[in-house]
Design a protein around this ligand. Structure first.
Ligand SMILES: *Cc1c(COP(=O)(O)O)cnc(C)c1O
Length: 365
């Protein structure tokens, strides 16, 4: 089986972790600080605050923006459930903006359309590793006084017009095992705003600035030095990891572009895509599941991210904080999307096998 994601922890990582284990300081300490500083430098942002996962990164970002009571946020209906759950946990009402079929992301226009006079924050998700149109979203947000939380859980190092995601609004990243960079579990919030950064740092540590001096009711969102040690060598190699994923995506696109049964992923002008997922559309929505099954049978770890709109589950049906409006493009995409392995450990043989399998699985259509 060629897996959709693969974790390989090399000797450099083993040595970093061993160093932490032998130091006896295994909770949040100097390695977390190093992890934060390396990431901030790598993407060009003033502050990076490590937290225990990408979901709490979102919650911390939304809470520490101090949005007014009764605030509504607008996000994508085509995302991992954490985006929605975090907004609900932060006490916000959520509305959904339709996506662009080419990039799978919300746009300035769709956010404006889904917004109301109670909207105080928008949460673009840089899905699959590609930035939403942030320059335009910034203009829309400034005009309307919206805050921006970027869900960059899948987009470490992705850029839009040369500027990294996570530097526009308050950025949130995940370091879960399947992401481009991983610490097993882990998260990070990025911002250029000194005050927001200060609040998030204090919030993640029980609201404490100095020992037993509590400035706000906080929580424990701390990352450990053991986890940071796993991540540090990967941040140093982030560019290399991204280049390999870009090479793999380019190879897949080059060879799949002539297949009439599918639509290959598009890269919007000005974007550098970091390819968390390589997601194609099966043109005939009735055939997606059979193509998926055929690929799995042929040993290709293809997957569907995501098979339904994020709010389309019974557990959200009667939730007054979840306001559903129609998003026809996103709905259609949930029926046609299919992701192929693109990770940095694929060989040319693997890529050829993926291409051949996709062509054969769709030939029968
Ligand atoms: C993975 C992910 C998250 C949540 O991150 P965790 O570290 O798993 O909590 C949030 N949003 C998106 C889009 C994700 O892919």
């Amino acid at each position: 089986m060629i897996p959709i994601s693969s974790v390989r922890l090399d000797e450099e990582i083993e040595n970093e972790v061993l160093g932490v284990l032998r130091s006896g300081m295994i909770a949040q300490g100097p390695k977390v600080l190093e992890f934060e500083n390396l990431f901030a430098e790598a993407i060009g942002v003033k502050h990076a605050i490590a937290v225990n996962n990408g979901t709490t990164a979102l919650v911390a970002a939304m809470r520490m923006l101090h949005l007014p009571e009764g605030s509504e946020v607008v996000t994508s209906p085509f995302t991992f459930v954490a985006t929605l759950n975090a907004a609900l946990e932060a006490g916000l009402t959520v509305r959904f903006a339709d996506i662009d079929e080419g990039t799978f992301n919300v746009t300035d226009e769709s956010l404006i359309e889904a917004s109301t006079d109670r909207t105080t924050c928008v949460i673009p998700v840089h899905l699959y590793g590609q930035s939403a149109p942030m320059d335009k979203i910034m203009v829309a947000a400034e005009l309307r006084n919206w805050k921006i939380v970027e869900d960059a859980a899948q987009a470490h190092g992705a850029t839009h017009n040369g500027r990294a995601v996570g530097t526009y609004g308050v950025g949130t990243f995940s370091f879960y095992a399947t992401k481009n960079l991983t610490t097993g579990e882990g998260g990070l919030v990025t911002t250029n705003d000194d005050e927001v950064a200060d609040r998030i740092r204090i919030y993640r540590n029980q609201g404490m600035r100095q020992r037993y001096q509590y400035e706000m009711p906080g929580t424990n969102y701390r990352l450990t030095d053991v986890q940071a040690a796993i991540g540090i060598p990967q941040i140093r190699r982030m560019h290399e990891i991204t280049l390999q994923r870009q090479h793999n995506a380019g190879y897949l696109s080059e060879h799949l572009s002539t297949n009439p049964a599918i639509t290959i992923p598009k890269i919007a002008d000005g974007n550098s895509h970091v390819w968390h997922q390589y997601s194609i559309l099966i043109n005939d929505e009735l055939r997606r599941d059979s193509v998926l099954e055929e690929l799995n049978q042929r040993g290709i770890g293809a997957g569907v991210y995501y098979p339904k709109l994020v709010h389309d589950y019974g557990c959200y049906a009667d939730n007054p904080q979840v306001v559903v409006t129609e998003t026809p493009i996103a709905l259609n995409v949930t029926k046609r999307v299919l992701s192929l392995p693109v990770h940095q450990y694929l060989s040319t043989n693997d890529l050829d096998k993926i291409i051949e399998s996709v062509n054969e699985a769709t030939r029968m259509l």
